[in-house]
Design a protein around this ligand. Sequence first.
Ligand SMILES: [Zn+2]
Length: 115
Amino acid sequence: MAKRSDIDLEALEARLKARRQELRRLEEVTEESRRPVELDQSRVGRLTRMEALQDQAMSLETERRRQVELQRIDGALDRIAEGDYGHCVHCGEEIAARRLEFDPAVPICIDCADD
Ligand SMILES: [Zn+2]
């Protein structure tokens, strides 16, 4: 596919990699909060068990979202490696530069996103 001259690929790639690193770091530092509550009562401290369970559920949901975002980012980095970054994975049309600036990991163009 034609190389895009209207986007700063290096800058976008740098942003994707920085975000991926940040997500992985968060994944690590929050690992403890996702452990099963009943296996470690000591960390619960003054929280009630119900609150601890709610906290854990929220942590799991946050982690799930992080994983989804990581997959998006990995997909975008794959497309950069393969040279078809900036093109909609659905219809193949160019994704608007502004759209990529806003979210470098976005995989589809605005038209396909609207469907
Ligand atoms: Zn499209």
